[in-house]
Design a protein around this ligand. Structure first.
Ligand code: SF4
Ligand code: MG
Length: 332
């Protein structure tokens, strides 16, 4: 069967008056398997949210395709897309601003259910009220939550409500933009557990966007790392620590403090993320890369396969047959 989601060579460009356009997403390919949790990570401004919007049809790509369950989605924005695409949902960064403050939660969930039913799919069993209660139960909230308003809930509870609303459409993929970053540590852990449980129980694929690899590393099956509009690496989380292939991934890992207070690698990143409207030539990471060599300053590396379905965009791995750490390759 086809993967849940395939992003192929997607490019999103923002035109700006009197200034150069910004290629916020500069040709990204990404695969998400059915039921899989993929963490899309990178520093803020690297194009993660823009890519997310392109996936769900809120941003129109200039080039490339989005393939959902083997079917190419229309290049139109969401407004013009057919209703069955509601099986591809998004949860936004701030659940408070995406919920209507003046309407009860139950009414908002009922509306989401009715919108999904007006599509080609059957309505499911039970009355609307029962279906709302079932949605709330699915995300760990009591049925009585439907009588209340968004401001009466904590940040974590509001995130649960936003997830419930996405689930109303019976999705197979949900893209979540920074779902944990506005929460305190205990709410973070609870929402993380909820997402893992929902993914397993509903065979739901999740794309979890985060600027913080430390937060998502424990709950994702794969990590996709973005840098300045490019996907630099996609790696199973089990191989992330032993075998990061891209120097940027290696640096991100090195910056995560361990329980014993040690860092696994010195933090090698020099400087800030450059202006996305004027990315460095060649490999976009080269001004900050400790391993950069001549070719890196001139030619841009493509996403190259490095065995077992892994990919990396880095010249160190040219012709490689298996993943190796950049430090090993540079020493060889
Ligand atoms: Fe570093 Fe060169 Fe690899 Fe870019 S291509 S990450 S500059 S080694
Ligand atoms: Mg963002």
């Amino acid at each position: 069967t086809a993967p849940a989601l395939e992003v192929k060579d997607v490019e999103v460009v923002y035109e700006r008056r009197d200034r150069d356009p910004v290629r916020a997403v500069a040709g990204v390919s990404l695969t998400v398997g059915r039921g899989q949790i993929v963490g899309l990570v990178g520093e803020s401004g690297c194009g993660k949210s823009t890519l997310a919007k392109a996936i769900v049809g809120l941003e129109k790509p200039r080039a490339g395709t989005i393939v959902f369950e083997g079917r190419e989605l229309s290049p139109l924005t969401r407004r013009a897309r057919p209703i069955e695409d509601t099986r591809l949902q998004m949860v936004f960064q701030n659940p408070f601003s995406s919920l209507n403050p003046r309407r009860r939660i139950g009414a908002q969930l009922a509306e989401a259910l009715q919108m999904a039913w007006s599509g080609s799919r059957a309505g499911g069993d039970g009355s609307l009220r029962e279906r709302v209660a079932a949605l709330l139960e699915l995300v760990g909230l009591p049925a009585s939550a439907s009588e209340r308003y968004a401001h009466q809930f904590s940040g974590g509870q509001r995130q649960r409500i936003a997830i419930a609303r996405a689930l109303a459409a019976d999705p197979t993929v949900i893209v979540l933009d920074e779902p944990l970053s506005s929460l305190d540590a205990s709410a973070q852990a609870q929402i993380a557990n909820l997402l893992v449980r929902l993914s397993r129980e509903l065979d739901l694929a999740l794309v979890l966007i985060s600027h913080d690899l430390a937060i998502v590393q424990h709950i994702v099956d794969e990590v996709a790392v973005m840098y300045l509009g490019k996907l630099v690496e996609q790696v199973p989380s089990g191989e992330l620590w032993q075998q990061p292939a891209h120097p940027y991934t290696e640096a991100l890992i090195g910056a995560i403090p361990r329980a014993d207070g040690e860092r696994t690698l010195p933090v090698a990143l020099a400087g800030e993320v450059p202006d996305p409207s004027a990315p460095p030539p060649g490999c976009r990471f080269h001004p900050r890369c400790p391993y950069a060599f001549d070719k890196c300053r001139v030619e841009e590396p493509a996403q190259l396969p490095i065995g077992r379905g892994r990919e990396v965009a880095c010249w160190l791995h040219e012709g490689a047959v298996e993943p190796r750490r950049p430090s090993e390759l540079a020493a060889a």
